[in-house]
Design a protein around this ligand. Sequence first.
Ligand code: NAP
Ligand code: G4F
Length: 336
Amino acid sequence: MARRALITGITGQDGAYLAEFLLGKGYEVHGMVRPTTTAGFERTDRLRGRAQLHQADLLDQLSIVTLLTEIRPHEVYNLAAQSFVPTSFMLPLQTAECTALGVTRVLEAIRLIDPTIRFYQASSSEMFGRVKEEPQNEETGFWPRSPYGVAKAYGHWITVNYRESYNIFACSGILFNHESPLRGKEFVTRKVSDAVARIKLGLLDKLKLGNVDAQRDWGFAGDYVEAMWMMLQQDTPGDFVIATGIKHSVRDLVELAFRHVGLDWQQYVETDPTLLRPADVNTLCGDASKARAQLGWAPKVSFAGLVAMMVDADLERIARDLRREKSEEGWHRDDA
Ligand code: NAP
Ligand code: G4F
């Protein structure tokens, strides 16, 4: 019989990649979708008929209990969160309710319904914040710099606590930034790839950015979801840093993306002080030695490969939309 997995946050970037990965492994995949989804179903449309979607919300305990009772999954991947750092400064309480307390709600449901369910928590390198050492590993202390980072630190520790208190097979994946053509357009990599494609196609003049000195350890989401699954296949649960071990600045990202389409970034990029955060994380770089040794995990896509993949995908998508608009205009003219 197929193993059953429940993914919270299936409408997000990682949800889409993880669902595809688990389907490839023969899983029966269930996804939790809140009735008021903001991401919409663009990413889940391609899963239609292959994954089963259910309505529930991380803010509503009973909806999670009902869902687990109905599905009785073997594995739960808790990817749902208010995941955008600037929004967490605007909505700190909503972020805490969802990104922090939401984790406890899922763990409580597991404890009550079936404590043998294996649980994955989407922890974040944002917990390291003002970094205490470089590179960061599983033992590095946290110093979060945003309400989002603080909420993720709570989610991390409550996962550890349920493992230690109730013997639940609960793993926390401390994932560094991972991106893809399915990344939300509010995050810097996709904001850049989308703008570069529009500028190349003559649809945009300028790209406004905030802190271009910030450095991140960027990897490919498709590689990172594999690590989530690997964690739940171990004999004993644990926490793992997932990262490439190489960092680049936002400026490096911009330079590479523009160069990929033959343009000089300095002619198009402006800095906008309104995009600076009340407190930012200036640098992150992960040490994934434990994951390499224990899980056999390693990233496959390089930073240059990732940037090229994202810019090419946006160029193709926007050019396709333009062709469609033009052909529709043609139809309307013919009708007139
Ligand atoms: P994402 O694209 O922003 O997806 C977040 C998902 O959470 C969406 O499906 C969203 O659904 C859902 N969600 C939000 N509030 C919810 C609620 N109250 N109840 C149920 N679902 C809710 O994020 P992602 O990049 O895929 O990341 C997945 C997880 O990994 C997140 O927890 C994120 O914080 C964490 N993480 C991400 C990275 C990264 O670099 N991508 C790194 C470390 C950790 P709607 O459609 O309803 O909005
Ligand atoms: O792409 P970002 O918004 O990602 P951030 O804040 O690092 O958070 C992402 O990664 C975390 C893992 O470390 C996840 F947990 C989290 O859910 C999310 O997926 O910003 C990256 C850097 C920041 O330092 C930001 O200040 O880019 C800088 N930046 C400069 N200009 C910008 C911009 N970020 C955005 N979003 N937009 C800008 O215009």
